[in-house]
Design a binder for this molecule. Sequence first.
Ligand code: GDP
Ligand code: MG
Length: 437
Amino acid sequence: NLSDKLDRAFKVLKGQGSITEINVAETMKEIRKALLDADVNYKTAKTFTDDVRTKALGENVLTSISPGQLLTKLMNDELTALMGGTTAELDLKPSPTIILIAGLNGAGKTTFTGKLANYLKTQKGKKPLLVADDIYRPAAITQLQVLGEQVGIPVYANPESKDPIAIAREGIAQAKQNGNNVVIIDTAGRLSIDEAMMVEIEQVKAAVNPHEILFVVDAMTGQDAVNTAKVFNDRLDFTGVVLTKLDGDTRGGAALSIKSVVNKPIKFIGTGEKMEALDVFHPDRMASRILGMGDVVSLVERAQQQFDEKEAAELQKKIRKNKFDFNDFYSQIQQIKKMGNMKDLMGMIPGVGKMMKDVEVSDDAFKGIEAIIQSMTPKEKENPDLINPSRRNRIAKGSGTDLQEVNRLMKQFEDMRKVMKQMSNPAAMANMMRRMP
Ligand code: GDP
Ligand code: MG
């Protein structure tokens, strides 16, 4: 599946300190393949990977995240933008708001009509009326009536009539009479696109002048969904898309393709047969779903939020001059703590999550260290070499720890300074690498 493929793609980048032309090209090739398999069409996948590649090459890799993680975040942002960026709301200002539902047979139109009415009633305080305008299937009217009953919303039907245009008009008249401020018209579909159906729905549109035309499509039909969307949009110029049956294991690549081919927002997704199984479409959540690695994104976001680049540059300068002191050490600890609960944070790293389940990691881990540093005088913090045995004794008492703990911290600090000094000196670094097995 896509997730496995992306894992493999990211392996290419693993352990590399920066995103380079070579590793990104290889990864993008894998990602393009993975997207194609998830029903994203070729043109969209190509544009997408080209864009991400350009952005990735200009990106600084933060020390706290891997290039693979950074790339995931970039891809997530790019996918989100491609799917419209923000949530597209229905225009509910006109009263009554007239909403026309269109799509092929079995796409989930009637089910969605019931769900939408329920949503508008319970979440938006609206008083909807449903109109049964599918006159070809005898069971269609009953189906809508049953759903209406279930969610407590009236249904207008005229089983004697064979004129969908007249029924739609009658429904709207009844809504005005009864004070319903939304009218949702459920229409007839066909097994595949045919001219008679298109003409009929065009006529209904012309007669009722809807404020919203929602095109309902089964997400599981993959590339067909994109083709159908194109034909319906050419004829109806719809205002939004509803993707149904996203409760299965479909990754939702259709969402990306449809948006990029017809350039209309996806407004809702159906996630089950029940009347409550409707979600407002959130581009960022769908992006995570397509990528199949949602948590990495929030991890990177948090790291980026907390990592102050200026502070980092300042720190590097100090390290180079061997001026790293206890003030810096203390603020490093605060940085780490700011990133949130350690356990949560580590749990977000793919593969680590499960391992962390039984391990106790707490922020208290820093408590002793913080107390020791706080018990130093400003001079001692700035110049750790001053801290002789008698000073260590005083610090231990002052911090409520013991001499052993203070000595341990001093040793850790010295080791850290040594390593830092080596890392900031390219010659020493090269020397160290040469000595490694
Ligand atoms: P219509 O022909 O377009 O009106 O489609 P229906 O509303 O009658 O739905 C066709 C079938 O798909 C029914 O069995 C529905 O219960 C089912 N269905 C609709 N929406 C969803 C959904 O979001 N998830 C799942 N699993 N099934 C759905
Ligand atoms: Mg139907």
